[in-house]
Design a protein around this ligand. Structure first.
Ligand code: PGA
Length: 252
């Protein structure tokens, strides 16, 4: 399966800094790679990043970090899925643990976001993951199961055929503590198994499951050597062209 490398910039970089970084990244990557690459900058940077990548010899796609669940209306401060498509986004991250934790996003809200994103033509990257307390209590699989079942409730396999899942253990995000490749592989196998049970085995075999949480050049090779890890969602280490290009080059 073609791996996917996504850089999630969170709340970093002005439009000018963002454009300069992707130009630099594009220079550092070989033109033909057997990998899909995407950058998820803050909303305000999207037009600058799309413009900067227009003539890039390397295909780097753009992802949003979030989306609103309604098409349009009186929703001050929000951005719609069709606006993101019009701005040039291909992907959208949905349900990142920071959205769940700091902005109260529930599985029910995420289901609405997934639905509108797919309807508008975006490829959603749905994030799931347990906290340290949940892992310690032996509830990892229970938590993931709930996030998957409720987040994807009643969506058909045809509707979500392009869906990407990202396993991001909350305790590994921004902490420097990565899940070991065995821990990540174990969870990815569980997620794939649940996809086979809820949908079917062909769907489960084809779905890309990314790992995220303190991914860096030191652990990328080991993580990507796991059969059920189909790419990575990188936060901090995607902020510089040097570090993100190193991760891609080693992980591909
Ligand atoms: P990190 O973030 O790589 O900085 O841990 C990952 C993420 O939040 O997607």
């Amino acid at each position: 399966m073609k791996p996917l490398f996504v850089g999630n910039w969170k709340l970093y970089k002005t439009p000018e800094e963002a454009a300069a970084m992707v130009i630099e990244l594009s220079k550092r990557l070989p033109a033909h790679m057997n990998a899909d690459i995407a950058i998820a900058p803050p909303y305000i940077d999207i037009p600058a990043v799309v413009a900067a990548l227009k003539d890039s010899p390397v295909l780097i796609d753009v992802s949003a970090q979030n989306v609103f669940w309604e098409k349009e209306g009186a929703y001050t401060g929000e951005v719609s899925a069709s606006m993101l498509v019009a701005a040039g986004c291909k992907y959208v991250i949905i349900g990142h643990s920071e959205r769940r934790q700091y902005f109260g996003e529930t599985d029910e809200i995420l289901l609405k976001k997934l639905t509108i994103a797919i309807t508008a033509g975006l490829i959603p990257i749905l994030c799931v993951g347990e906290t340290q307390a949940e892992r310690d209590a032996g509830e990892t699989f229970l938590v993931l199961d709930k996030q998957l079942v409720n987040g994807l409730k009643d969506l058909s396999s045809t509707f979500i055929s392009d869906l990407v899942l990202a396993y991001e253990p909350v305790w590994a995000i921004g902490t420097g503590r990565t899940a070991s490749s065995e821990q990540a592989q174990e969870v990815h196998v569980f997620i794939r198994k649940r996809m086979a049970e809820i949908y079917n085995s062909a769907f489960a075999q084809n779905i890309r499951i990314l790992y995220g949480g303190s991914v860096k050049s030191e652990n990328i090779v080991e993580l990507m050597s796991m059969p059920d890890i189909n790419g990575v969602l990188v936060g901090g280490a995607s902020l510089t062209a040097t570090s993100f290009s190193e991760i891609i080059a080693q992980g591909v």
